[in-house]
Design a protein around this ligand. Structure first.
Ligand code: ATP
Ligand code: MG
Length: 434
C-alpha cells in the first residue's frame, strides 16, 4: 500500500502529466469510491473532485489546470468502476472520514475473489465476525467499492441489513426488484428465494447479508449460482458455522488507524502535543471504531483529552465492578473491549444536556433496528420537523446515532438498550460516587 507521501507524489506526477501506467494501477488499487458522490478516498485523504472545486490532499491544494488534469484522470479511473446503469449497487455509503484497513481488507478480498478450497458449482459464503462497533459493516461496504471486487462481480452488489428481526420477504423482494424484475409478487420466503436463484443462476453478483443474528435468516439469501459470493457480517461466530461460511475474525484497529480515525472525525490533524494523549485514549477505548467516534465527538465538543481518559477509565472500572464474579475470566480481552464501548456510551450520554438526554431516552420506546426518519421522530418527540431534524443531527454529531443514509439514522442496539433503561430506571449518577 503506498504511503500518503507516495500517493501525493503520484498525484503530483498526474498533475504535471508525467505519470506512468503503474502510477494509475497503484491509484486504482487504493482509490475507494462512492458512486453516489463526487468524493474519492485516496490513502487517508477524502478528495472532492466535483466540477470547479479545488482539490485538496493533505496540505497540498491543486488549483486551476492542475486540478482539472487531476480531476480528469480520477474521473476516468472512477468511471471504469462506476456501476453501469441497471446494475444494482446497494451498499451503504462510507463515512466521510473512512480509514482504510488494508491489513484486514486485503486478506478478506483474497478470500472473496478466489473462494479457495470450494468445489465448482458451490456458492461460497464468507463471514466477517466480530464485536459490535468493530467495523464489520464498514469493512464490507469498503470492499464493495474495491475495483478488483467490482470487476469480479460485474452483475452488481446486493445488500440486505438484517438486524434481530428482519423482514426477510421484503428484503428478498428488494433484491429481486434491484435485479430488474418488478412483476414478481410472492407471499412466501421460499418462493422469493427460488425466484432469486433463477435470476442469479448465471450471474456474478456479490450478495452482502449484513448484521445476521440467526442462521435461519441468512439461508434464504444464499440464492446465487457459483459465480456469486455471499458475504455475511455477524457478531456470532456460530452463525458463520451454521451457514457453512469461512470465518474472518475482525479485530480492532491498529493504533495508527485509530489515530487516523480520530483525526478524520475531528476533521483536522492532531498537534504534536495531542498525539500522545490521543494514543492513550485510543488504547483506553480498545481501538474500537465506534468508541473512537464517540470519543472524537466529545473532544470536538471541547472536552479535554485528559479528562476524557480519566472519566473513561473510571467508568470502565465501575462497570467491571458490576460484572458478576468470575465474568472477567470468561471473556477477558473481548469483555474488556465490550465494557470500553459501553463506558464510552455512558460518558457520551452523561454529557448531554438534560433535554437532549431525554430525547435520546425516548428512542427506547421504538422497536429495535428501526430506521429513524425525521417524520417518525417528530411524532415520538412531539416536536416540529425542523426541531426534530436539529435533534437528530445533534445526536448523530455526538455519534449516538449511526448513519444509515443520513437520515434515516439507526441506533446501535447497545444504545437502544441504554435508551430503554434510561426510560424505565431512575437516572444514573452524573459522576461516579454521586
Ligand atoms: N474503517 C473505518 N473508518 C472510519 N470509521 C469507521 C471504520 N470502521 C468503522 N467505523 C465507524 O465505526 C462505527 C461502527 O462501525 P460498523 O457499523 O461498521 O460496526 P459493526 O462491526 O458493523 O457493528 P455492529 O455489530 O453493531 O453492526 C460506524 O459508525 C463507522 O462509521
Ligand atoms: Mg454492522
Amino acid at each position: 500500500m503506498p504511503s500518503p507521501t507516495e500517493i501525493k507524489a503520484i498525484l503530483d506526477r498526474i498533475a504535471s502529466g508525467t505519470h506512468t501506467e503503474s502510477d494509475l494501477t497503484a491509484l486504482r488499487r487504493h482509490m475507494l469510491l462512492d458512486p453516489a458522490r463526487d468524493v474519492v478516498q485516496i490513502g487517508k485523504y477524502n478528495v472532492h473532485i466535483g466540477h470547479g472545486q479545488e482539490i485538496q490532499i493533505g496540505d497540498r491544494i491543486y488549483q486551476g489546470p492542475d486540478a482539472e488534469t487531476l480531476r480528469a484522470v480520477l474521473r476516468q479511473v472512477l468511471d471504469e468502476a462506476r456501476p453501469r446503469p441497471g446494475i444494482p449497487f446497494q451498499a451503504p455509503p462510507l463515512p466521510p472520514y473512512f480509514v482504510p484497513r488494508p491489513d484486514v481488507s486485503d486478506r478478506l478480498k483474497a478470500q472473496l475473489l478466489t473462494g479457495n478450497g470450494h468445489p465448482a458449482g458451490v456458492l461460497v459464503v464468507s463471514a466477517i465476525h466480530g464485536l459490535g462497533g468493530i467495523g464489520k459493516s464498514t469493512l464490507a461496504a469498503a470492499l464493495t467499492r474495491d475495483l478488483e471486487v467490482l470487476a469480479r462481480f460485474p452483475d452488481g452488489i446486493l445488500w440486505a441489513t438484517l438486524g434481530q428481526q428482519p423482514d426477510v420477504l421484503s428484503l428478498l423482494s428488494g433484491w429481486i426488484q434491484a435485479l430488474g424484475d418488478y412483476q414478481f409478487r410472492s407471499t412466501t420466503v421460499e418462493a422469493a428465494t427460488s425466484h432469486l436463484g433463477t435470476l442469479l443462476h448465471d450471474k456474478a453478483a456479490l450478495l452482502v447479508v449484513d448484521d445476521a443474528w440467526d442462521p435461519a435468516h441468512v439461508r434464504p439469501f444464499r440464492a446465487g449460482g457459483d459465480r456469486c459470493r455471499v458475504l455475511v457480517t455477524t457478531r456470532e461466530a456460530l452463525i458463520a458455522q451454521a451457514v457453512g461460511a469461512s470465518l474472518y475474525d475482525l479485530d480492532v484497529m491498529t493504533p495508527d488507524q485509530a489515530l487516523a480515525l480520530l483525526e478524520g472525525r475531528l476533521g483536522r490533524d492532531l498537534t504534536g502535543e495531542e498525539r500522545a494523549t490521543a494514543r492513550e485514549l485510543a488504547r483506553v477505548v480498545g481501538y474500537l471504531p465506534l468508541a473512537l467516534e464517540l470519543a472524537a465527538a466529545q473532544v470536538a465538543d471541547g472536552v479535554p483529552w485528559d479528562e476524557l481518559i480519566e472519566d473513561l477509565n473510571a467508568e470502565i472500572a465501575r462497570l467491571e465492578a458490576l460484572e458478576p464474579p468470575g465474568a472477567e475470566e470468561v471473556g477477558d480481552e473481548r469483555e474488556r473491549k465490550r465494557l470500553s464501548l459501553i463506558a464510552s456510551f455512558h460518558l457520551s450520554l452523561r454529557r448531554l444536556p438534560e433535554d437532549r438526554r431525554e430525547s435520546f431516552a425516548w428512542l427506547g420506546v421504538l422497536p429495535e433496528d428501526v430506521r429513524l426518519t425525521p417524520k417518525m421522530m417528530a411524532t415520538v418527540w412531539g416536536k416540529g420537523e425542523r426541531e426534530t431534524r436539529d435533534r437528530l443531527r445533534y445526536l448523530r454529531n455526538n455519534s449516538l446515532l449511526l448513519p444509515d443514509k443520513t437520515p434515516p439514522y439507526r441506533l446501535h442496539d447497545l444504545l437502544h438498550d441504554l435508551a430503554r433503561r434510561l426510560l424505565t430506571a431512575p437516572p444514573e449518577p452524573v459522576r461516579e460516587g454521586d
